[in-house]
Write a protein that binds this ligand. Structure first.
Ligand SMILES: [Zn+2]
Ligand SMILES: [Zn+2]
Length: 287
């Protein structure tokens, strides 16, 4: 089971309608990752791998005062996920939710933060969102993916993982919106300009996920229920949005997986939006 503990962070009440959930990619890739999730009463950032002032500007531009962010969920301490966490947490007092080992490693890199430990395998209630953390295979202190549930909807965030472990199928199967790494094309990486040691690190079981491995994980966690899948954390050198979508789409068609709307997150600019207001369109898929 994913949950062995439930705890709470309060958030301010809102006049918005109950049961809404939305997500917006603010950045995705090895230059920085940041996702904004909003429910009826709660605003969450998932990773903050861009400068804090850039994140604050992006939030302001979307009508979310940075001080109104209820928590930052931190998947792991690598700089492309954590570089802005210290300055943002200190300036706005925002709790940083992560495994204790991730919090230790992040503080060593970015200074003091408002710590809110959430061990992997545990669940935390933040406003009207229930957040569960699950382990992922990656070369960091205690890397995690997150399930965020609100109003009967579930967003699953799973980036920076070196292999499609069987333990991931259960959490990924819960997703109405799945954000999953599709880092590289295997051949592009193998034949590309990276050093042998960097190639070995990326290809290791604790490295990064290829398009094909992502496709197998999406197919293996399909339940037949309609869902949106965002391919994220693409390499600028060893992948392209077109290639990732083509490879993943072809595997899903071959496996006769229906009900998946497949999109690719842009690396350096705010890109994809998802909202439960429009999620009901999810019928003809896999264009
Ligand atoms: Zn990363
Ligand atoms: Zn990483």
């Amino acid at each position: 089971m994913l949950s062995n503990r439930t705890d709470t962070i309060d958030s301010a009440p809102s006049s918005q309608s109950a049961g809404r959930l939305s997500a917006k990619i603010l950045a995705s890739g090895s230059n920085g990752n940041c996702l904004l999730v909003r429910s009826a009463t709660t605003a969450l950032l998932v990773d903050l791998g861009i400068p804090a002032r850039n994140a604050a500007g992006a939030l302001d531009g979307r009508g979310v005062p940075p001080a109104a962010v209820d928590a930052i969920l931190l998947s792991h301490e690598h700089s492309d996920h954590a570089i802005g966490v210290g300055a943002f947490s200190r300036k706005y007092g925002t709790p940083v939710v992560a495994d204790p080992r991730t919090l230790d490693a992040a503080e060593a890199a970015v200074g003091a933060i408002n710590r809110r430990p959430l061990a992997r395998g545990s669940t935390l209630t933040i406003g009207d969102c229930e957040v569960s953390a699950f382990p992922v295979p990656h070369d960091a202190a205690a890397p995690a993916g997150f399930l965020i549930r609100s109003g009967g909807w579930t967003i699953v965030y799973c980036v920076d993982l070196g292999s499609a472990a069987d333990s991931l199928v259960e959490p990924l199967a819960a997703a109405d919106l799945l954000i999953l790494e599709a880092n590289h094309d295997y051949d592009a990486l193998r034949l590309g300009p990276y050093t042998a040691s960097l190639k070995a690190r990326i290809l290791s079981p604790l490295g990064h996920l290829s398009n094909l491995e992502a496709a197998r994980l999406i197919a293996g966690s399909a339940t037949g229920r309609p869902r949106t899948v965002w391919l994220a954390h693409l390499s600028a050198i060893n992948n392209s949005p077109r290639l990732a979508k083509r490879i993943v789409g072809s595997v899903l068609r071959r496996e006769r997986i229906s009900g998946v709307r497949l999109e690719v997150a842009a690396r350096d600019t705010p890109s994809l939006c998802w909202s439960t207001d429009t999620a009901g369109w999810q019928l003809p898929l896999l264009a």
